[in-house]
Unconditional design. Structure first.
Length: 169
């Protein structure tokens, strides 16, 4: 049986709660573009913290839990919106995991890769539900917004992480 400490569970619960709050705060700082709202991805801050404080496996569990719990509080929850969110999370975690394995010291690069992958992952799922080639015109916007969103969240985590004394074991 795996050894899970009270401290680790507490950190995980705090990160989950903060992630859900940040998810809903993003609605108020979203930028309307072409009929869609571009969110900066600040809820990913908690996933990055979990990646560095706990483990990649814990970050995966946190990301999926945050998406599913946040979806329960959405006013218009549908299977499509959950699939779109999960598509972004899956591709984002995959890219962050690869970049983390290669360059684990550079949080900003991991964050940027995850943010761009998240946007592309969501677009892929949208294309499954709405096969419209004109949606591909959003790719440059998604890459640019992912870059800047990832830059900001990575920078926040880079500045904040040293303030935390020790990793959770």
């Amino acid at each position: 049986m795996q050894n899970i400490t009270v401290r680790k569970i507490t950190i995980f619960a705090l990160l989950l709660g903060i992630g859900i709050i940040l998810h809903f705060l993003e609605i108020y700082i979203s930028i309307p573009v072409g009929g869609y709202m571009v969110k900066p991805g600040i809820a990913n801050i908690v996933v990055l913290f979990c990646l560095y404080l706990c483990s990649f496996r814990d970050a995966v569990f946190l990301a999926f839990t945050r998406v599913l719990v946040s979806s329960l509080f959405e006013p218009s929850i549908t299977i499509v919106t959950i699939c779109i969110s999960l598509g972004g999370v899956i591709l984002s975690l995959l890219c962050m995991g690869i970049v983390y394995a290669i360059r684990s010291q550079n949080i900003v690069i991991i964050s940027i890769a995850g943010a761009i992958a998240h946007n592309i992952g969501q677009l892929i799922v949208v294309l499954v539900f709405i096969p419209n080639k004109y949606l591909l015109y959003y790719v440059p916007l998604l890459i640019i917004s992912g870059f800047f969103g990832g830059l900001i969240t990575g920078w926040i985590v880079t500045l904040s992480l040293p303030k935390i004394q020790q990793p959770v074991t």
